[in-house]
Write a protein that binds this ligand. Structure first.
Ligand code: DGJ
Length: 543
């Protein structure tokens, strides 16, 4: 199969079954459910795993969509994240044009793909670049923030009622369009705004803002955080950023709340990140955005927002994993709205779903010819696309099953760390370890049988996801990984009773074959194809 300059990565991937139910079959609205610290995105009445892909920023025009679908198909993605811009739906104030949205809905249905709409409004990577000209050019009506020296800063102030009213009005029109033209719920989630905040100037320094900044922090924030006093008393050096965060989040909350009143879809925000462990410099970070250290402010100010997600472009594996941990909270479902599209980022799909993630989307997945290197890939060549397609093809036929299981059962995931160290966990009575860069046969210390390491030993590939199905059974998936089970805490008499390869049909496990002998003697080696394993463990009695 050739699609617009892309070769299908592996024939085996193309054969994976298509398992999307008919869109909107039950008429239930998509929603986020949370229970016992776990989360599920409910679509058509059942948990849904978003195997997502985000298109490039300017792919939101009907003519461009033909360069989008083939890439999603090659990837085995089930969901497209794509912008819808204020400037395109309301080019003239009060005159709305939804022709692009209708084309998008029609084509998404024809491609059996769900949509996540990205509302590029007041903030797009903090800037008002996607607002209509009548907003951009009318600074008296839609004021920019003021810098401390009184000059205009490029970001629209979150304190303008005019800007909120106008943005919200346009967003509500989008949601009305969905209410009236998307009964199937092809659109499953909406992201109001994109990477909110302000670079360089951490808050608005207008007279109005300064007066608010001198006041006590809002009572809802005091209640949520246990802090009190003025912004400076409560937040010290981070006060300008905390202040800005509160007002940006409150603005976005109003937009989301009004949209949800029209059509109650899950709504989330995405964060431009600023380090997984440090408290960022307020003048360096997108101040006001939902970075992990200010999530409590967002939670207090924006109850209409279901969750915040990290946009991960950090190539250091420890950082990427740390970001996933920061956003996987009992009060915040983990979803990766953007991650770099170079090969090395694909392996974090496994850690994301293992940490209970409800979705994942590499950024820039279309054939429009734009590549955001050095953030992401230099180009989407066959090997790069295959790295994302392999885990998606593995999950595609069982995405609903995985989402259902992960909502109620313990899960674990790991990606090969930069140093190649073994990753392990304990689930129930078993220790599960993941090792990287090994052949499928034999052990590394078998020096008597000389061998070269496999090609992938040097590459940043490899990941695993495990779900504990019962006291004795585990579901195991991954690629470029050797998985070993051993009794936890050195317990005696533990044995692998059976390893079955199979799939789920109508929610029930169906075996295609048993793995044994060479296939299990040296761990479970999942390399380059979509294999799903069910491992049954046991302990024999010594009497
Ligand atoms: C993060 C933004 O959210 C995206 O829209 C895009 O601009 C990328 N950065 C860079 O390609």
């Amino acid at each position: 199969m050739r699609v617009k300059g892309f070769m299908a990565p592996l024939a085996i991937l193309a054969t994976a079954a298509l398992a999307m139910p008919a869109q909107g079959a039950t008429g239930d609205l998509p929603r986020l459910e949370s229970k016992g610290g776990r989360h599920a995105l409910i679509v058509d009445g059942a948990p849904f795993l978003m195997l997502g892909a985000q298109a490039n920023n300017s792919s939101n025009y009907p003519q461009m969509l033909r360069d989008v679908w083939p890439v999603l198909e090659t990837m085995h993605a089930n969901t497209l994240e794509i912008p819808i811009a204020w400037e395109q739906v309301e080019p003239v104030e009060g005159q709305f044009d939804f022709s692009y949205l209708q084309t998008l809905l029609d084509q998404a249905r024809a491609h059996d793909t769900r949509l996540v709409l990205l509302w590029f409004g007041t903030w797009k990577n903090t800037s008002p670049s996607y607002t209509p000209a009548w907003v951009k050019l009318d600074n008296a009506r839609f004021p920019r923030m003021k810098a401390p020296d009184g000059s205009d800063h490029y970001v629209l102030t979150p304190l303008s009622q005019n800007t909120l009213d106008a943005d919200r009005k346009a967003f509500v029109k989008v949601m009305e369009y969905l209410r009236d033209h998307d009964r199937e719920n092809t659109v499953i989630m909406v992201q109001p705004e994109n990477e909110t905040g302000s670079y360089r100037v951490p808050r608005d320094y207008s007279a109005k803002a300064n007066a608010l900044f001198a006041q006590a922090i809002p009572s809802a924030l005091a209640k949520k955080t246990g802090k009190s006093g003025t912004w400076e008393q409560a937040y010290g050096k981070q006060a300008p950023r905390a202040f800005q965060t509160w007002y940006v989040a409150s603005f976005v909350n109003e937009v989301a709340k009004a949209g949800k009143a029209v059509k109650n879809l899950p709504m989330y925000v995405n964060a431009s990140l600023a380090g997984p462990s440090n408290v960022p410099d307020p003048t360096g970070v997108a101040s006001g955005g939902p970075q992990w250290d200010v999530l409590d402010i967002w939670k207090a100010a924006a109850p209409a927002i279901d969750f915040a997600g990290p946009d991960i472009y950090d190539r250091a594996s420890a950082n990427a994993e740390a970001y996933l941990d920061k956003y996987a909270r009992a009060d915040n479902a983990l979803m990766v709205p953007e991650i770099g599209n170079s090969l090395e980022f694909a392996r974090y799909f496994w850690s994301t779903i293992g940490k209970g993630g409800i979705g994942f989307a590499p950024f820039g997945m279309d054939a429009t010819g734009f590549f955001n290197y050095p953030l992401g890939a230099r180009e989407l060549d066959v090997k790069t696309l295959a790295a994302f397609a392999l885990p998606y093809a593995t999950l595609e036929p069982i995405a609903r099953d995985w989402a259902r299981i992960a909502y109620t059962r313990p899960t674990w995931g790991a990606a090969k760390p930069d140093d190649g160290a073994v990753r392990e966990t304990v689930l129930g009575k078993w220790k599960i370890s993941a090792d990287w860069g090994q052949w499928q046969f034999g052990e590394k210390d078998w020096t008597w049988l000389p061998s070269e390491p496999p090609a992938w030993a040097k590459e940043p590939v490899g990941g695993v996801a495990v779900a504990q199905l019962s006291d004795t059974e585990y579901l195991v998936m991954g690629d470029h990984v050797r998985v070993n089970f051993s009794p936890a805490n050195g317990a005696a008499n533990g044995v692998i009773v059976a390893v079955e390869e199979g799939t789920f049909k109508d929610g029930k496990w169906v075996m295609t074959r048993r793995w044994n002998g060479d296939q299990t003697d040296y761990g479970l080696n999942l390399i380059d194809r979509g294999q799903v394993l069910k491992v049954t463990t046991g302990f024999y009695s010594s009497k």
